[in-house]
Ligand binder design. Sequence first.
Ligand code: NDP
Length: 244
Amino acid sequence: MSRRIVWVTGGSRGIGLEIVRAFAQLGDKVWFNDLREDQVRETEAALVAEGFAVAGRACSVTDFAGLERLVEEIVTQDGRLDVLVNNAGITRDGLMMRMTEEQWSLVIHTNLTGCFNTIRHAIKPMMKQRGGRIVNIASVVGVMGNAGQANYSAAKAGVIGLTKTMARELASRGVLVNAVAPGYIETEMTAQLTEAARGELTRQIPLGRTGQAADVAEVVKFLAGPAAGYITGQVLQVDGGMHM
Ligand code: NDP
């Protein structure tokens, strides 16, 4: 497989960092963006020191114009864009009775509109080169719902709808679009949960254990790779059987 040009959002820690690492280990050039400049520099420096071809940029997925400039930079430097992984995401949990408009808007804007923003720019080079892969990180709660996560589950369900529509719109151009819906994965995002909530969640997982970021990264790699050339518009659940 020749060296691909990959872009991962929210790539400086958690699942995103594991995805960056997974592609970089295959010899791909990996661009990533994230919110905080210091975090981006630190991650980039650590990966470059390991010998990987990575480039990090501080840019929010809510910054439509900034993302356009980033895609221009990628195409100017590397000539193409083969893979986009929409990973950046946040939570602002609360029961509906107490959820503020700000909590609602921030999560929808980051987790759903953020995917619109990146896809809107990334498909220009992909359509031109008549090929590409887009993998959106949704969530099992976008499929099954979750009390206390109205904003997050609505955004992730939106990501699934966006994935299917993009798969239909872009198929004739050779751009394949799929989603991965992780269950309970050990990252800083889930580290916020109480012991009781953790125990309760783990009891719902038939495999009897939580997932690791690498479990998600492996599936993203598969969906972006040659073995998944006849798969588009699908949602692959990586959740230990939590939802079936
Ligand atoms: P983390 O919170 O550990 O990491 C998220 C990363 O995204 C951070 O680097 C964060 O930056 C970055 N980010 C946040 N907002 C923006 C933004 N506006 N623009 C660019 N980058 C941003 O989360 P996870 O690794 O756990 O989650 C990754 C994805 O997987 C998310 O989409 C999440 O919804 C999804 N997911 C996770 C599950 C889990 O159990 N962990 C389960 C199901 C889905 P910063 O460091 O500045 O906060």
